[in-house]
Write a protein that binds this ligand. Structure first.
Ligand SMILES: Nc1ncnc2c1ncn2[C@@H]1O[C@H](COP(=O)(O)OP(=O)(O)O)[C@@H](O)[C@H]1O
Ligand SMILES: [Mg+2]
Length: 191
């Protein structure tokens, strides 16, 4: 059930039928930060949004200069669609084959052309000291695209997020997604 009075900018003015990267009304509490409210009526809309973001990521990653690095955190309850979004994003970047949920492996690495991708899932991660053992800190520090589910379980050593997606399943199975850019690099991708 929607909390009465709790629905601020979300969904207002956003067509329910199509995903969009267009700006929503800025969040009152977000200051100058770039924020978006996306609506996914169904998984196809999630896939379309992922493909749009993949296009922007690929274009940015192709710019000559220092190696491209971007971290996206995905938040939301079990079954929200975090892994589903990552799958569509990774496929849209050109990765073929099966894209497994890293729930048991913690990380699944991919490569799309010159772009390294690491998909993390810290759901089962109880102790952040495991980070060293698993060689994860090296993966955090490496350039490339890092997609992180259950990031807070990884503690403060995790890579700082450039973009944060907060996926909220609705009673009709649609998803409301609050997106915010935490860095200039993230803002550039939402602009
Ligand atoms: N609008 C939607 N966007 C994304 N996934 C959806 C949507 N509607 C239904 N789903 C379904 O919800 C499930 C989400 O599962 P998953 O991506 O594994 O969630 P999480 O990783 O957040 O635990 C998938 O079965 C997916 O097909
Ligand atoms: Mg998942």
């Amino acid at each position: 059930m929607m909390a009465a009075g709790g629905d601020d900018e979300r969904g207002r003015g956003t067509p329910a039928s199509a995903p969009t990267l267009a700006a929503s009304a800025p969040r009152a509490d977000a200051g100058a930060a770039v924020a978006r409210a996306w609506v996914w009526p169904d998984e196809a809309a999630c896939a379309a949004q992922a493909a749009a973001l993949a296009g922007r990521v690929a274009a940015r990653a192709a710019v000559p200069g220092p190696p491209f690095s971007l971290t996206i955190e995905l938040h939301g309850p079990l079954g929200a669609g975090k892994t589903t979004f990552v799958r569509h994003l990774v496929r849209a970047l050109g990765v073929g084959g099966r894209i497994k949920s890293p729930t048991y492996t913690v990380v699944e690495p991919y490569r799309a052309g010159a772009l390294d991708i690491a998909h993390f899932d810290f759901y089962r991660f109880a102790d952040e000291r495991e980070l060293g053992d698993a060689g994860l800190r090296e993966m955090f520090a490496a350039p490339g695209l890092k997609l992180v589910e259950w990031a807070t379980n990884a503690g403060p050593l995790r890579p700082p997020a450039d973009l944060v997606l907060d996926i909220e399943p609705q009673e009709d199975d649609s998803r409301r997604v609050r997106v915010h850019a935490a860095t200039a690099r993230g803002q550039e991708l939402l602009a």
